[in-house]
Design a protein around this ligand. Structure first.
Ligand code: GLU
Length: 294
């Protein structure tokens, strides 16, 4: 049996907080306990929000916690061509279309659809609470798409979910943790809950969903251990793995570290940032205690 491969994959768009410490420590310790490897990956595809000082702080905070990782660290921004290639493959199979609505236009379309609905039903939302794509771009002809692209409009490249699911029906993943509803063991994927998800944009050849799946495969990750907030994203990840013919890791979604009011921690809250706590004299042992690790 090859040894298991775990990873921690933060985005350098803010300072790490207690929730990240919990996830990183869990991955590191599961790797050690199983004689496996532990990788660190920097998910820095969002050039507008990621900053070098946040990346430097990730290394400092993890080292301080006593976590060690293999070099070199994979930085997603350094191999965008891998993501581009996957987009071309999906595009070549007729699964991708450009959609030109801005966020504001999408909100307006959703409001229109909701006020037109005789039943008063609200427009469907994805598991993160964002409205499913309400536009008509999927039905545009090839010449119409070309015309819009030539007008230099910004656009998102969306997955035609119905067509994609027809090519990869009945997917499931192995869950070693459990979902908020207690889902564990073999969990049926429900990618349709996300509608026509965005897989890339005009300016960025990838998205979280696409790059996480490709990098986990390229790095040989066997065990994805991450927060429960990403539980249902796994549906999209399974679909992409199946479409792209790449192996599927096992998953373990862990509890989230919550603040005093029961809310998920945010990178913008100073009080729970690791560097802030360290500055106030907290030790790595205090951090373990704060996140409920023995
Ligand atoms: N980069 C993601 C985040 O910081 C985590 C990705 C993952 O673990 O799948 O939330």
């Amino acid at each position: 049996m090859p040894s298991p491969v775990f990873r921690f994959a933060p985005s350098p768009n803010g300072y790490l907080h207690l929730g990240h410490a919990f996830s990183a420590l869990l991955n590191f310790e599961l790797a050690r306990a199983s004689g496996g490897r532990f990788l660190l990956r920097i998910e820095d595809i969002d050039a507008t929000r990621c900053r070098p000082e946040f990346e430097a702080a990730i290394y400092q905070d993890l080292e301080w916690l006593g976590i060690g990782w293999e070099a070199p660290v994979r930085r997603q921004s350094e191999h965008l061509s891998d993501f581009r290639e996957a987009m071309e493959e999906l595009s070549g199979r007729g699964l991708i279309y450009p959609a030109f609505e801005s966020r504001a236009e999408i909100a307006r379309l959703v409001a229109e659809r909701e006020s037109a609905a005789k039943t008063g039903a609200s427009w469907p939302r994805d598991p993160d609470g964002a409205p499913l794509y309400p536009g008509a771009a999927k039905s545009f002809s090839a010449p119409a798409r070309r015309r819009l692209i030539e007008q230099d409009l910004p656009y998102a490249l969306r997955l035609d979910m119905a067509a994609a699911m027809a090519q990869a029906p009945d997917l499931a993943w192995i869950e070693h943790g459990e979902g908020a509803g207690g889902e564990t063991g073999l969990v049926a994927a429900r990618p349709e809950a996300w509608g026509d998800v965005i897989l890339a944009r005009k300016e960025t050849p990838t998205s979280y969903h696409l790059s996480v799946v490709i990098d986990d495969a390229l790095q040989g990750v066997t065990d994805v251990v991450r927060g429960l907030d990403l539980f249902w994203s796994t549906s999209v990840h399974r679909l992409l793995q199946s479409l792209l013919g790449i192996p599927q890791p096992a998953y373990r979604h862990h509890r989230l570290v919550l603040d005093d009011t029961g809310q998920k921690l945010s990178k913008s809250t100073k009080a729970t940032a690791l560097r802030e706590l360290r500055g106030q004299g907290a030790t790595p042992a205090d951090i373990r205690r704060l996140v409920g690790l023995p």
